[in-house]
Design a protein around this ligand. Structure first.
Ligand code: XMP
Length: 508
């Protein structure tokens, strides 16, 4: 059995993943594909509905991304959002022009509650607008169903052809009734039955893995991060006797982290192999100060250790990975400069031969992965874990890396985490950094020449940009005082108030 499916066609909008998430929240399965996906492929997927995303282009620009005009004649309901609605108007014979006044931000619109999209909703609502072009002449057969002060066609429809569109963004939180509008489209236009949920996903993923793997062995590089942990828990249920989790403890974990990961998996019926490779990693890192060099050494060493362990398995072996949906969404443009070479501790030994890859989380967004983890009984401290870089504390320890410095950092970081938890202050990522700067302090009657610890707490949704969190002075003061008093070797604590850009989240 397969789920009903909604296709989200991407035209370069920043909210494509949010659209797909909203659809899934309405219990309908969704996938994101490039806007110019060939019609034949669309037909093969047989979606119950199609949503066209926003995007930064203008429909009159020759290079702007477009779908095939035929898309609107397939008999499949289509809803256009922002650029998507303009494209729908343009390709159906309407006119799009530049706005006299661009609309940005939360904007009141008045809608026709007779329209199926606005069924059961108030006549006056707020929608997030973000556009400089607007539809000025409706295509034949369409009627306007909402307007704002500056935009006479803020929504339109051709009910007979089941084509709908909104100029605002229903997928964002700033449009309070947005999910309802999407739900109306899904249930009252597309005929959704609401057959998508995570229990189902779990059952199907388990059945698919069992079928794929047969009686072969599977090894999984378990880093203790959310994705690989949930992947391990799912596979432990699917193929308990054939799953071998290799957890490489590189000695760059936070306080108690290695033991927590081990505790979470030790009692499951899987082969959990913890490789304590601290000496090996610290040996390779000895004397190294350059950040990129540290990252490269750790990445390579991880692969070596993993490889050695994996080679102990003879015969045909599958490799499992915690790849998730945002990693596989096909996007059109991606021309970013390399600022840091990120590496995931689940990295692949390139020259190893595996009979295949097992990626049971490939279809899930991050918050769905967390929900699945809870469903599978993983403890909260693993499921709610904030992102932790593959190279671990190596990117938070400036200058030469030694066990002594790492221990100081671990203790300071644990205190900060404890105080943050106690204060219930929200931050998407927070941690301590051990700078290489020493300064003079005084404890009792003694001179204390120790390290400077920097604290960092950031607010972000995508980790591509961030703002620092304005933590209270009380919280900062208490944390600083505890760190200097409880962690020998620290004489001073500072708080990092730089955003990204111009800084990055991690210091190295
Ligand atoms: P930056 O420092 O580039 O970090 O602003 C952005 C986000 O990525 C995390 N990070 C990493 N994650 N391997 C990872 O899996 C890495 O090498 C790595 N380096 C940074 C960082 O913690 C932040 O969430």
């Amino acid at each position: 059995m397969t789920n009903q499916l909604v296709l989200v066609l991407d035209f370069g909008g920043q909210y494509k993943e949010l659209i797909a998430r909203r659809v899934r929240e309405c219990r309908v399965s969704s996938v994101i594909k490039p806007g110019n996906m060939p019609i034949e492929e669309i037909k093969e997927m047989a979606p119950i509905g199609i949503i066209l995303t926003g995007g930064p282009s203008s429909v009159y620009d020759d290079k702007s991304p477009k779908c095939d005009r035929e898309l609107f004649d397939l008999g499949i309901p289509v809803m256009g959002i922002c650029y998507g609605v303009q494209l729908m108007a343009y390709l159906n014979g309407g006119t799009v022009t530049s706005c006299e006044v661009s609309e940005y931000g939360r904007t009141e619109f008045v809608c026709d509650t007779e329209s199926v999209l606005f069924k059961g909703l108030p006549e006056k609502q707020i929608g997030l607008m973000s556009h400089t072009d607007r539809i000025s002449i409706l295509p034949e057969g369409f009627r306007a169903t909402a307007k704002t002060q500056n935009c006479p066609i803020a929504a339109f429809e051709n009910g007979e052809r089941r084509l709908y569109g909104v100029q605002f963004h229903p997928e964002v939180e700033n449009t309070p009734n947005g999910t309802e509008i999407i739900r109306n489209f899904l249930y009252d236009v597309c005929g959704a039955v609401g057959d998508y949920d995570l229990r189902d996903y779990e059952e199907r993923a388990i059945a698919a893995v069992q079928k794929q793997v047969g009686d072969h062995e599977v090894i999984l590089g378990l880093s203790g991060g959310v994705d690989s942990s949930v992947c391990a828990a799912l596979l432990a249920k699917a193929i308990p006797n054939r799953l071998h989790c290799i957890f490489v403890d590189h000695g760059l974990m936070r306080k108690d982290e290695g033991d927590e990961v081990e505790a979470a998996f030790k009692n499951r019926a899987v082969d959990f192999i913890r490789v304590n490779a601290e000496d090996r990693f610290l040996g390779k890192l000895r004397g190294i100060t350059e950040p990129e060099k540290k990252r490269k050494i750790i990445g390579e060493e991880f692969v070596r250790v993993f490889e050695e362990e994996a080679r102990k398995f003879t015969g045909d072996v599958f490799l499992a990975q915690g790849t998730i949906y945002p990693d596989v969404v096909e996007s059109g443009t991606n021309n970013s400069a390399t600022i840091k070479s990120h590496h995931n501790v689940g990295g692949l030994p390139e020259d190893m031969r595996f009979v295949g890859l097992v990626e049971p989380l490939r279809g899930l967004f991050k918050d769905e992965v967390r929900a699945l983890g809870r469903q599978l009984g993983l403890p909260d401290y693993l499921v709610n874990r904030q992102p932790f870089p593959g190279p671990g504390l190596a990117v938070r320890c400036i200058g030469k890396i030694t066990k002594k410095k790492l221990d100081i950092l671990r203790e300071a970081d644990a205190i900060f985490r404890e105080e943050m938890k106690r204060s219930r202050k929200k931050a998407d990522q927070y941690f301590a950094v051990l700078t290489d700067t020493k300064s003079v302090g005084v404890i009792g009657d003694f001179r204390n020449y120790g390290y400077t610890v920097a604290l960092r707490a950031v607010k972000t949704t995508d980790f591509m940009t961030c703002e620092y969190v304005p933590l209270s002075h009380k919280l900062l003061g208490r944390t600083a005082s505890r760190i200097v008093n409880e962690v020998p070797g620290v004489s001073r604590v500072v708080y990092d108030i730089t955003g990204k850009p111009p800084a990055t989240i991690e210091w190295l």
